[in-house]
Design a binder for this molecule. Structure first.
Ligand code: PEP
Length: 251
């Protein structure tokens, strides 16, 4: 089964408007291999500029790093999904561990956000992953399974089939410590098995599951070579056009 391979760049709270355009332009110029879809998630303030910069390259898509769970209203400082759509946003990262930790986003809230994003026809990039304590206690697979069940398993198979998953062990995010290819494969095979139990083998086989956590040019190839690793969600290394291009070309 051939799945969509994706290299997604999460720029987090980095790049101003001009820097974002320059970075996106440099990446879009090089991202020519249709085998790998490139998804860029700049800060909200750069979305309009990046949208223009990637126009004309069908391999490069735009993502938001988050959206609010309500469609509109008195939520000062928040961004709604309807504000993102006219900018050309097609993907929304949901459940990143930084938002789970700093913004106290729960599995239940993420279920609501997932429903909203899907209802608007956009694709959630749904993040899951365990802390080091949970892994050391040997509970990592159960913990991640619970995150996925509580936020996603109310969906029917058709809706579920539109989601991209990103497994991101918290201990590997921004730390320079990468999960070994075996650790990534073990978890991502377990996630796919969970999806097969819930939705059947066909849906599970078609689901793109990314790995995230200190992916860099030096380790991308051996991570992406695993049968259940369909690409990466990349933070720090996506801020450098040359390095991110090397990751895109690692498939
Ligand atoms: C991320 O924030 O999604 C991430 C994986 O970051 P980094 O690549 O910097 O570890």
């Amino acid at each position: 089964m051939s799945r969509q391979l994706i290299a997604a760049g999460n720029w987090k709270m980095n790049t101003n408007y001009e820097e974002g355009i320059a970075l996106a332009s440099a990446i879009a110029e090089n991202a020519k291999d249709p085998k790998c879809l490139v998804v860029l998630a700049p800060p909200f303030t750069s979305l309009a500029g990046v949208s223009q910069a990637i126009k004309g390259n069908p391999n490069v898509k735009l993502a938001a790093q988050n959206c609010h769970e309500k469609e509109k209203g008195a939520y000062t400082g928040e961004i709604s999904i309807d504000m993102l759509i006219p900018l050309g946003v097609e993907y929304v990262i949901l459940g990143h561990s930084e938002r789970r930790e700093y913004n106290k986003e729960s599995n239940a809230l993420l279920a609501t956000k997932t429903d909203l994003v899907l209802s608007k026809g956009l694709t959630p990039i749904f993040c899951c992953g365990e802390s080091l304590d949970i892994r050391n206690a040997g509970n990592h697979i159960d913990f991640v399974a619970n995150q996925l069940k509580e936020s996603l398993f109310h969906l029917d198979a058709e809706a579920f089939g539109k989601i991209v998953i990103a497994y991101e062990p918290i201990w590997a995010i921004g730390t320079g410590v990468t999960a070994s290819p075996q650790q990534a494969q073990e978890m991502q095979a377990a996630i796919r098995g969970l999806f097969a139990d819930q939705y059947g083998a066909e849906v599970a086989d078609a689901t793109t599951i990314l790995y995230g956590g200190s992916v860099k040019p030096a380790n991308a190839e051996e991570l992406f070579a695993n049968p259940d690793v369909d690409g990466g969600l990349v933070g720090g290394a996506s801020l450098n056009a040359e390095g991110f291009t090397a990751i895109i070309n690692a498939f």
